[in-house]
Design a protein around this ligand. Sequence first.
Ligand code: PMV
Length: 337
Amino acid sequence: MKATAVAHPNIALVKYWGKRHVDLNLPSAGSLSVTLAGMKTRTTVTFDPQLDKDIIFINDRVQTGRRLERLSAFIDRMRSMAGVGWRVKVNSENDFPTAAGLASSSSGFAALAAAGCAALNLEPTREQLSVLARLGSGSAARSVPGGFVEMLPGDEDADGTDAFAEPFAGYAHWDLRCIIALTARGEKSVGSTEAMLHTADTSPYFEAFVDSVPEDIKRAREAVKARDFLALGQVAEHSCLKFHASAIAAKPGILYWNGQTIGLIHRVRRMREEGVKVFFTIDAGPHVKVFCESAALSAVREFLKAVPGVHDFIVAKPGPGVRLEVENGRLIPAWRS
Ligand code: PMV
């Protein structure tokens, strides 16, 4: 009744922004991402008949209130799948900042789903694990497989079992680097669910964003397959700016960026004008993720350092999907093949 899983966050190159079904966490459109080694969540789950309530620690902080409710409701799904009522103790550690627009919910729910299923002997397939992780957080579905991943939005609204993530190129396919430039400390201002719903309700640009996603996915898939960096950069930056534009145009507008975010956008564009192959993407927070090929890493990092107010960099690269930790720390796939 105890298991440990390790998952990596993923960064979307074609963004997910909007839900067509809130309870089942079904996306309004697909998305496309890369799972990133270099940052990880490690989660241990223990179901215990002696406990009378769930006790959940994230980075040694006990969870309370709405956060605890959200996590317990997620674990309830696994309890009902296994026909078990026992309460749980969870210990989850991120080796990178939590809830700051760095996709900690993606690795967090992927690791929790995998460790919870293993502790309950549920043996899900990769698709089933991705569906389960999606119920915790939409982007978590994409942290189940490794490498380059497409999230299929599905069209089954009764139970959402066809909305899961599928890998289309392994992590060794393309030796990219992602430099995450941290521009602020602390947690993000508006959570993604609340912000998505507010955008869908009030932004005149929301539907235009959603309508544009399928074409972006097609172009991004082709660019990844062909390892066409400039083509991938074009579609990724466009998708990122369209999602932010739709959120900025909500009433009142949601603006995740700070001054350093904008400084970094200009810096990346300047580098590109000077011939460096580089592009940026930004999620629901002020940090900027800059992609380049491995050979350009140190030059790009030096260039980014010139932007004042950027307090740290994390370097990541395409990595594997969620895995279970077994004896001697050995990692094995978290799904039944
Ligand atoms: O998985 P959520 O609910 O935290 O939403 C993620 C939303 C973005 O990070 C902004 C975009 C994406 O596709 O990851």
